[in-house]
Design a protein around this ligand. Sequence first.
Ligand code: FES
Length: 359
Amino acid sequence: MAKKGSADTGTAVEATTESAVTHHEVSPGTAVVTSDRVENPGFPPHRARVTELDPKKEASAQRRVVYWFLASMVGTIIAITAYIVMPFDYEGDPGSVRWSTLLVGFGLALALLGIGFGAVHWAKSLMDGHDLVEQRHSTRGSEETRAKAVEIMRQGNEESGFSRRKVIRNTLIGALALWPLGGVVMFRDLAGRTDPVSLLKQTLWDEGVLLTRDPDGAPIRASDVTIGSVFHVIPDGLYDTHHPLEEKAKAVVLLMRLRPEELQVSEGREDWNYDGIVAYSKICTHVGCPVALYEQHTHHLLCPCHQSQFDITREAAVIFGPAKRPLPQLPITVNSEGYLVARSDFTEPVGPSFWERSL
Ligand code: FES
């Protein structure tokens, strides 16, 4: 069958190439100019596959295809079962989210890959192999076809009264225009009832909130923060909130101590550091990665995502990279027991510069 296809189509291609090639006159002295004639190589001879030659190999290939499709069925059942029997329990057991997501993802992946691998294996090992050529042709319909199409449209218009019955037509257009609004309203509801902008402008930090170590929540004494050290910090009480991960994503802070004389402090921020101890949002102002690499000697913070660098001696000013504004500073002081506490929340939104538009 394959040989028959090759012979027919090979002839067609050769004929086409012959007609397409033009022979140019070559004038004396321009011998390097060729007629650019390319011989049509045709199709290579058909090579039979092992499944065409050996019935046992064919049966074996068929079994493999069936196994892939069965694996796909199993994957679908795993995904559905995991979704039903392992509901998320965000507050009681955060681990349930991980297991449910893992199994649902595994099941869906297996279901899709099973179909894909099975279909490809089927096509490559069992389906007949033809070499085919399809000649290009104009996609424009003939004049007759085009006239017929116009006639059908005109007749449809007349029979339906679409142009004649203007009230019906206009109300239909109105209904079609309004119909997507239902979806828009429902999608809007996915954002939750709280204004997302105000939600992201506020963090757990407030006057008197203890700065505690991430992740154990131990309060930090100012005397524990030695020059050159860096602490990853979360607000006290973070784990008592309903959504600790979401709150942490906004409130996480880096704490460093420099010599007070190394800090360039702008007006109004004189009491935002405590004896050279400064706290800055850990959320990069580019697109929100955690800025976690502190270079002790240069006092630079580096974001590993796109290499933005912030100079801590200059209130986290951007000195390199795509970030557009400094990391927000958390005003801090100490309480009567010598523990570091916040003076207030951040005075500007944390995270990507995108939020500047709501300032
Ligand atoms: Fe930090 Fe891009 S997220 S540089």
